[in-house]
Design a binder for this molecule. Structure first.
Ligand SMILES: [Zn+2]
Length: 331
């Protein structure tokens, strides 16, 4: 790797949690270059397996920004998954994993920062709403233009607050695992069972629009409209209570009752084994049995963290829960 000799005429400030690709894609045209010309100037080999950290020093040279500033802004330069460095704890892990998320940053926050181009950021599962701008920036938003104005849906905005509270109560690891499953289960159930007698979905499709009145996909409209129910179901699935009760009683009647009691889906009764909740419960207990047989360390792989964790203080109490399969084992 050869280092670039000179600074570029224009150095753009990076956006918080921006991906390296997004930053390079913005920096290149600002200096009358294509992205591949800029990468060549940086002296980095444009290969798929090239470590992102190879970009750190050359980008610092060509922008004149201190390497520490770039490390703090761009998560791909934060290589430690556990850290006590100020500003690193709680930031999204930039990993090439199926559930790791990259999404466009809120287009109004980007504009407020004086940036005209689209910005793609590393994000976490709970960043679905920009509360400052009342914009849906979560599932279904592949372009900034897909982001939906939700100022007419206060329950979706307050569900975002509920979601953050769940993370505080149950731990981010468990909530981040439950959320995508709760969303798939809920949408699967309403597709099969929900007749929509009040025309809510049709009304949502009419009202919920992207930038410049762009229509949204049905799946995205459902995610936005039913975000409160999906978050409540997430809380039920992330809480270990249902597992403990199922182990004691031998059934999941408590979990099924709570789905009605908590207004997730009133009158919900699973009909057979193909029901998405039953399928999920079966797989969850199969996971616990698999781990019990092959080693408890597998929990760390199957339920990974999605953010940089603080270094545990000596003697500090760590948030753990008990495996429902072998009483007393903590993980
Ligand atoms: Zn915003």
């Amino acid at each position: 790797m050869t280092m670039p000799a000179r600074r570029l005429p224009r150095a753009l400030p990076p956006f918080h949690d921006e991906t390296v690709d997004s930053y390079v894609t913005r920096l290149a045209p600002a200096n009358a270059l294509t992205a591949s010309e800029l990468v060549a100037y940086l002296g980095v080999r444009p290969r798929k397996k090239t470590p992102r950290t190879d970009f750190l020093t050359p980008l610092s040279v060509v922008t004149g920004l201190p390497a520490d500033t770039l490390r703090l802004a761009l998560p791909e330069f934060m290589t430690d998954h556990v850290s006590d460095e100020p500003g690193h704890i709680g930031r999204p892990l930039a990993l090439d994993k199926p559930r790791t998320l990259k999404r466009p940053a809120c287009r109004r926050c980007v504009r407020a920062a004086g940036i005209d181009e689209a910005v793609t950021c590393w994000t976490t599962h709970d960043r679905n709403v920009c509360r400052r701008h009342r914009l849906w920036i979560g599932g279904g938003c592949n372009q900034p233009e897909d982001q939906i104005d939700i100022s007419m849906l206060p329950s979706t905005v307050s569900a975002d607050r509920h979601h953050r509270n769940l993370i505080t109560r149950h731990g981010r690891r468990w909530v981040s695992d439950a959320f995508p499953d709760a969303r798939d289960i809920f949408l699967g159930l309403i597709r099969d069972q929900y007749a929509d007698p009040f025309g809510l979905v049709a009304a949502a499709l009419e009202q919920l629009r992207g930038q410049d009145n762009r229509p949204v996909e049905v799946e995205t409209a459902l995610m936005v409209l039913f975000h409160p129910q999906i978050v409540t179901l997430t809380g039920l699935l992330a809480c270990p209570t249902w597992e403990q009760r199922a182990m004691q009683s031998g059934d999941i009647d408590w979990l099924i009752r709570e789905i009605t009691m908590r207004d997730v889906l009133i009158g919900y009764v699973p009909h057979d084994k193909t029901d998405p909740l039953i399928d999920w419960v079966t797989k969850r207990f199969a996971t616990h049995k698999f781990v019990a047989r092959h080693g408890w360390h597998l929990y760390k792989i199957l339920f990974p963290e999605e953010t940089v964790q603080p270094l545990p203080a000596p003697g500090a109490r760590v948030h753990r829960r008990t495996s429902p399969i072998r009483f007393g084992y903590v993980y």
